[in-house]
Design a protein around this ligand. Structure first.
Ligand SMILES: [Mn+2]
Length: 375
């Protein structure tokens, strides 16, 4: 079985040690997109992606280019030997994977051949996957550009795709009046695209729209979104904020409203039940849906820009753990490294995750209080 991966994550596996793997290198971005194009243009028996908006928007753009029903699988756990064998039995011989972080947890030796395509392998910067797919398939036009822009914004990688973001803002001046000057001065960044003068922009809403199918309906939600897009015509960003007959737009609007309400209720509950200990703000999330806590903790942390650390958790009774989402606006703490040091998780400077056994939760909180409040 052959696997082609279009990605931009920091890898936890050393690909040079795998003799079934070819790493695609390029000396500049233009060459990188050209090389990616050769592989993206091929036909594959199965398309997989992460369930987050960058993964899903990549599939949408790919799908638009292919213009036919594709076999799609959202996957957050990786493909183990058994999964690969099962797919083989179903006649799957080739897979293309977009923005697929679970690549790291897959049994890579069980593939006959892997082609790994990431701008980071050639030190070309952290370009999100839906941008690579769009740049490799310029035929997808303004729809491809608009959709990949949502993927870029959701991945907080605006600074690496400024030209594209500027052109979207200037094409939709009515949607983004507060961003026009910033676009003209090339000053948009990962923060001000979401929020300016203390008010959310339409990019905030667009990011919720693309998160909503997965958060509210799980894998089924993303399957439905991909299917609706295959069956129906393209749409503009304006349509997403107005009455439309397009079934994809109607679906996204309905779920967006639902997600907004859920976030509002959760925030009311947060304000009532949060525990503040020094710089730390602890909270147990009521809504137990995949992806919800991660999105909610990011939204809340935007409201605490002075070095506070948001620590949210949900209880997973089956596994006997609390899952945590940690967020801060000041990277100095390096939350990801701290989670690795405590042996409970990992992540980035400002956003990290951790799984802690329920009986060790008290210890975890004490360690956080010690590390963060004495920083
Ligand atoms: Mn991504």
């Amino acid at each position: 079985m052959e696997l082609v991966v279009i990605d931009h994550h920091q890898l936890q596996v050393d690909l040079t040690k795998l003799d079934n793997t070819k790493i695609i290198l390029a000396s500049n971005l233009e060459e990188f997109y050209q090389k990616a194009r050769i592989y993206i243009k091929e036909d594959y028996d199965l398309v997989i992606s992460d369930e987050d908006p960058d993964g899903i928007t990549s599939v949408i753009i790919y799908n638009l280019y292919k213009n036919k029903k594709i076999n799609f699988l959202g996957n957050r756990n990786g493909l183990k030997k058994e999964d690969i064998n099962l797919l083989k039995e179903k006649g799957i011989k080739s897979i293309i994977a977009f923005d697929w972080f679970p690549f790291n947890y897959s049994d890579l030796n069980d593939f006959d051949k892997i082609i790994y395509i990431s701008p980071r392998s050639s030190n070309l910067g952290n370009i999100n996957t839906s941008d690579t797919v769009y740049q490799a398939l310029p035929e997808t036009g303004k729809f491809g550009r608009d959709i990949s822009t949502i993927g870029t914004v959701c991945d907080y990688l605006v600074d690496n795709c400024k030209e594209k973001i500027n052109s979207v803002v200037l094409d939709y001046k009515g949607l983004f009046p507060e961003l026009i000057n910033l676009a003209e001065e090339n000053k948009l960044d990962r923060y001000n695209v979401y929020k300016i003068n203390n008010a959310n922009t339409k990019f905030f809403d667009l990011s919720l729209m693309l998160w909503a199918p997965f958060i509210l309906e799980g894998q089924e939600g993303n399957n439905k979104l991909i299917e609706l897009i295959t069956q129906n015509q393209i749409f503009t960003l304006n349509e997403l904020f107005n009455n439309s007959n397009n079934p994809t737009v109607i679906y996204l609007q309905r779920l967006w409203k639902k997600l907004e309400n859920l976030l509002k209720q959760e925030e009311e509950n947060f304000n009532l039940n949060k525990r503040v200990i020094g710089k730390l703000i602890f909270y147990e999330v009521k809504t137990n849906k995949p992806g919800f806590m991660s999105k909610f903790s990011s939204i809340i942390s935007d409201k605490y820009p002075n070095g506070e650390v948001i620590v949210m958790r949900t209880r997973n009774e089956n596994k006997g753990i609390f899952s945590h989402s940690l967020r801060t606006k000041i990277g100095n703490y390096n939350l990801g490294k701290l989670m690795i040091k405590l042996g409970v998780g990992g992540g980035h400077e400002e956003a990290a995750g951790a799984n802690v056994k329920i009986e060790k939760e008290e210890w975890f909180e004490k360690e956080l209080i010690k590390e963060i409040n004495n920083f």
